[in-house]
Design a protein around this ligand. Structure first.
Ligand code: GCU
Length: 439
């Protein structure tokens, strides 16, 4: 618990931040600033959790006792008030309705003029990773201009595979696994345990998200979104795609490529993303039922964590800090969370009947791990309606004890905002029920 004195001093610091303006990520510099502002120390509470004062005046809460009551919208009630009693009504009416709401109000829909993507395998190394892997580099060109945006997909296949293999498609912040993983070693946060993945009979593929669309303010005119803007148009229309939709759309285009690759079992592709890319993975799985499974690591606000729960990062923070991730319409909701037509349990449920594995970390309270768990619990009725198994409990499990018995999986790890080795291992145990490599 904070002492009142500490609380006041924190508020005072937060007040200064407000005077200095909202914590918006810096736009591309246009001119030299008149004076260099003094550096501001990151604001943390005594446990090291990020503290923000949003432009709405909302201050980050980390006290369970101070989470106000909230009511989640029911995923199994249509907008016209009719209940959804069967799978048919879910797939024909409620799922499309929720998808449209997510498109229009949250992430933005992909415009019909989205570019064509042309994939070409530019390099194949049959002896990669000391002969254990076949490595392919595949370039996907967006649009028809030779100097237009392009994504580099790196695909590792087990050298001894007899047929098509399931593939883990991992959305990456940085580059190709060897760049960050010399000698086949790996850093767990960014690159998956490639050797282990291959030994399990899976392929492993990556692409760097910013090759599709930049992740900063003022960059709509570049990347795939830029290709869809009319001359002189600076930003997409209010219901059209932000960066998360663009990244998710690109994951689907890579899946299109997999469908053409005779080494890949495209019906068994799992999508993996961490943090903002965990949000992206959930949205990609919601948009595109061809993804067999989603692993969403520490996705937090506007990903796997409930937005109506006032804990950690909120809609108010996110709409101010990362507006380019979303449709313009998302700006309606800071300060009005209960007006959101959806919440994270619905994003997870849109992935049903496909399995979803979610993680959170003790040192990642900003992402609200309990809110991630509660969203997975509240997605349960949709899984059950479709004949699948929910998490199996409504009680937050003990730390480091994965819930793996259902078609929804969850792990609350001791540690940071990362995909830790234990997360990978729990994910493997979860995934093996669904991704069976050919014998
Ligand atoms: C910020 C942001 C989170 C996001 C994270 C990340 O912390 O507030 O919502 O998940 O960046 O992508 O690492």
């Amino acid at each position: 618990m904070k002492t009142p004195a500490l609380h006041l001093s924190v508020l005072a610091i937060l007040g200064l931040v407000v005077l200095a303006g909202p914590p918006v990520r810096a736009a591309e510099p246009t001119a030299a600033p008149a004076a260099t502002p003094a550096p501001t120390a990151p604001l943390k509470d005594s446990h090291g959790n990020t503290l923000r004062r949003a432009p709405t005046g909302h201050i980050t809460n980390y006290d369970e006792d101070k989470v106000p009551p909230y009511t989640l919208p029911d995923p199994l009630v249509l907008q016209n008030g009719q209940p959804v009693h069967d799978a048919d009504t879910w797939f024909r009416q409620r799922r499309p309705e929720l998808l449209r709401l997510y498109e229009a109000e949250i992430y933005g829909h992909v415009p019909e003029r989205a570019p064509q993507v042309t994939f070409a395998v530019v390099e194949t190394d049959p002896g990669a990773m000391n002969g254990t892997a076949v490595r392919k580099e595949i370039i996907g060109h967006f649009g028809d201009k030779p100097d237009g945006p392009a994504v580099h997909v790196h695909l590792y296949l087990p050298a001894k595979a007899g047929g098509r293999v399931p593939v883990l498609l991992h959305l990456l912040f940085f580059g190709d696994p060897p760049a960050s993983a010399p000698n086949g070693l790996h850093r767990f946060n960014e690159v998956g345990p490639v050797a282990d993945i291959l030994a399990r009979g899976y392929g492993y593929a990556t692409f760097r998200y910013t090759e599709v669309q930049a992740d900063s303010a003022g960059t709509y005119q570049s990347g795939v979104i830029g290709l869809t803007l009319a001359p002189g148009q600076a930003i997409p229309a209010v219901g059209e795609w932000g960066a998360i939709s663009a990244w998710a759309w690109a994951a689907s285009r890579v899946l299109d490529y997999f469908e053409t690759d005779p080494a890949v079992d495209a019906r068994h592709v799992a999508l993996i993303g961490h943090s903002r890319l965990g949000k992206t993975a959930l949205w990609a799985g919601a948009r595109d039922p061809r993804f067999a499974l989603v692993f969403s690591s520490c996705a937090g606000e506007m990903g796997s964590a409930l937005s109506r729960r006032d804990y950690g990062e909120t809609v108010d923070d996110m709409a101010a800090s990362f507006p380019w991730w979303f449709a313009g319409n998302f700006q309606k909701y800071p300060g009005h969370w209960s007006d959101l037509p959806v919440d994270a349990h619905m994003l997870i449920a849109l992935n049903a009947p496909h399995p979803v594995f979610i993680t959170g970390g003790t040192q990642d309270q900003w992402a609200d791990p309990r809110g991630e768990f509660l969203a997975a619990v509240a997605a349960g009725p949709v899984y059950r309606l479709l004949g699948k198994k929910d998490l199996g409990t409504g009680e937050l499990p003990a730390l480091d004890t994965p819930l793996l018995t259902g078609d929804l999986g969850f792990l609350y790890h001791t540690g940071a905002h990362t995909i830790a080795p234990a997360d990978w291992n729990a994910f493997f145990a979860f995934a093996e029920k669904y991704l069976k490599p050919a014998p």
